[in-house]
Ligand binder design. Structure first.
Ligand SMILES: Cc1cc2nc3c(=O)[nH]c(=O)nc-3n(C[C@H](O)[C@H](O)[C@H](O)COP(=O)(O)OP(=O)(O)OC[C@H]3O[C@@H](n4cnc5c(N)ncnc54)[C@H](O)[C@@H]3O)c2cc1C
Ligand code: FES
Length: 319
């Protein structure tokens, strides 16, 4: 029985192997990045057969109904005929309008986009250089209020996109973006329910979008934003967030820097677990590194939070 067909060619797939690995082994240049079901770069479409539910997690109902699935987490049990797709993550051109530094190793990018690019704050996009290098970044801006898409880019030592952004990119340059992708945005949240946003490092980017979107949509339940960093300088929006908390009665900002000996020092996950009490009623958004997001998701669930009320984006490195 042929378990995997790509266009019209039968592809050899080992028991337990995922579709992406089988396609790459067959020397098909299938796009991919995280290989963990997060970034959606490996989106494919099944034109015959039904992909397993696990391969459609995080996709919209419309995408699921049309047979879209994530090849890197799709281990077929029944025959599938698949085709590549770039329609779901259409590319468009953007113009760099400004670049500045939020901290020593975080750059902020403002991109002008055309009318064909629409997004929800907190979603992410793939930023693509003229040489075709693609990396994922979350959107911190709010389309109804901001003229440009805002990204916060952590500059990794030796990182290819990091080097490009810090050394080559200038205002006026043209790039491409694909997307937007992801479901980490303010949707399905009751405006009166507690809303808790937790991020580490540039995990703050999508949370800023979600926070501003929630306030704009009249969220009146308590909102708490926890931001963690290794050092104090990593709390790169400390002052504006503190000012916002002073102005908005239902908003609390909880900064935590690991190496800081003062009251704002310590582990951000520990602060969340200590301070969050109404776990059953709260909508959570968790963004940032794999360790923080994975650990918090598990601990919040163990303490009574509903998994359906926890949304997250894990900032995995590209593979
Ligand atoms: C859904 C999603 C949303 C994301 N949103 C953002 C965002 O808003 N802001 C942001 O700064 N990043 C974000 N990321 C992470 C970003 O895409 C990666 O960090 C990317 O690999 C950086 O590209 P680079 O070319 O600079 O470094 P690369 O050339 O890919 O990597 C260089 C070195 O740094 C290490 N490295 C790279 N990224 C990470 C990481 N995240 N954690 C630990 N080590 C790493 C690599 O292992 C490698 O050793 C997101 C990722 C995903 C999947
Ligand atoms: S979701 Fe498959 S490569 Fe990222």
């Amino acid at each position: 029985m042929t378990l995997l067909t790509y266009r019209s060619a039968a592809i050899d797939i080992e028991p337990g192997e995922d579709v992406l690995s089988a396609l790459l082994r067959a020397e098909i240049d299938a796009p991919h990045s995280c290989r963990a079901g997060v970034c959606q770069t490996c989106l494919h479409r099944a034109v015959e057969g039904a992909p397993p539910a696990a391969a459609q997690e995080g996709l919209t109902e419309a995408q699921k109904a049309q047979g879209y699935f994530l090849a890197c987490v799709c281990v077929p049990k029944t025959p599938l005929t698949v085709i590549p797709t770039d329609e779901a993550a259409a590319r468009s051109e953007v113009i760099v309008r400004a670049i500045d530094r939020l901290s020593g190793d975080v750059a902020r990018l403002y991109l002008e986009h055309g009318p064909d690019f629409s997004y929800r704050p907190g979603q992410f996009l793939e930023l693509i250089t003229p040489e075709g290098l693609g990396r994922h970044y979350s959107i911190a801006s709010v389309p109804e209020e901001d003229p440009h898409v805002e990204l916060h880019i952590r500059l990794h030592r030796g990182g290819r996109m990091s080097g490009f952004v810090s050394e080559q990119l200038s205002p006026g340059d043209r790039l491409h973006v694909a997307g937007p992708l992801g479901t980490c945005f303010y949707e399905g949240v009751d405006p009166g329910q507690p809303l808790t946003l937790v991020g580490a490092g540039t995990g703050l980017a999508p949370l800023m979008g979600i926070l501003r979107d929630a306030l704009r949509r009249g969220h009146h339940g308590p909102i708490r934003l926890y931001h963690g960093a290794r050092e104090r300088a990593g709390l790169y929006l400390h002052d504006p967030l503190e000012a916002l908390a002073a102005k908005r009665e239902n908003f609390t900002y909880v900064p935590r820097a690991l190496s800081d000996p003062g009251p704002e020092g310590g582990d951000v996950a520990a602060a969340v677990l200590e301070q969050e009490l109404a776990l059953k009623e709260t909508a959570f958004f968790l963004c940032g590194g794999e360790r923080l997001v994975g650990r918090l998701k598990r601990d919040l669930f163990m303490k009574g939070a509903s998994l359906k009320q926890i949304r997250s984006d894990v900032f995995l490195a590209a593979n």
